[in-house]
Write a protein that binds this ligand. Structure first.
Ligand code: AP5
Length: 191
């Protein structure tokens, strides 16, 4: 299955994708993880991206398209994928449509994970204490949430217009959310 996971920072995209990748046996492709790996490796791209990420802004569309094109073209994505963190604005959504058409890998479903803002702020604050991710500071999280509302939230409408969108409640335990997503995917597979 070819799946896009959408949702605010802290909504649980990465957590759910890490479980789904085992259940569905398709790769979890997270642009945040690809960028953090580039930062860790100290590549030129990583150096450029780190400053942008630490401000809570979006890395440029050109860089992101190059990264995602390379990753989606890899043979392990032939049988499906779970995209987490891409697309992040309407221009990335249009670029992804074009890319997937060219690769002949059309999306099956876009799942929006809905979680209320207070809960996601609480989850990220907990992660900041436990893991110290450099973009989890209070100020940067506030900016990431703003960027989400302004730039990423409209992507939900893009997929609704294409008839690909399903919304899932992201509150409750990790397992409960996974069960909701799996129920949606089973229903989709049966159509
Ligand atoms: P990215 O890594 O994509 O960050 P994000 O979207 O802000 O997402 P998070 O990782 O914070 O949240 P999540 O929804 O994955 O939740 P998670 O499962 O981790 O991007 C980081 C940065 O990279 C961006 O700000 C941008 O600069 C850049 N970037 C990335 N993609 C880009 C793109 N396409 N274009 C341009 N720039 C891009 O969960 C959060 C916490 O909650 C975890 O601690 C988890 O354990 C916990 N949790 C999850 N589910 C539950 C639950 N049900 N109950 C209790 N706790 C839970």
């Amino acid at each position: 299955m070819r799946i896009v996971l959408l949702g605010a920072p802290g909504s649980g995209k990465g957590t759910q994708a890490a479980i789904l990748t085992e259940q569905l046996e398709v790769p979890h492709i997270s642009t945040g993880m690809l960028l953090r790996a580039a930062v860790e490796a100290g590549t030129e791209l990583g150096k450029q991206a780190k400053a942008v990420m630490d401000r809570g802004e979006l890395v440029s569309d050109d860089i992101m398209l190059g990264l995602i094109e390379e990753r989606l073209s890899a043979p392990d994505a032939d049988g499906g994928f779970i995209l987490d963190g891409y697309p992040r604005n309407l221009s990335q959504a249009a670029a992804l449509d074009t890319l997937l058409e060219r690769l002949d890998k059309p999306l099956d479903i876009a799942i929006q994970i809905d979680v209320n803002a207070e809960l996601v702020i609480g989850r990220i604050a907990k992660r900041a204490r436990e893991e110290g991710r450099s973009d989890d500071s209070e100020e940067t999280v506030r900016r990431r949430m703003q960027v989400y509302e302004e730039r990423t939230a409209p992507v939900v409408g893009h997929y609704a217009d294409k008839g690909l969108l399903t919304r899932v409640l992201g509150e409750g335990s990790i397992e409960e959310v996974n069960q909701r997503i799996m129920a949606v995917l089973r229903a989709e597979a049966a159509t």
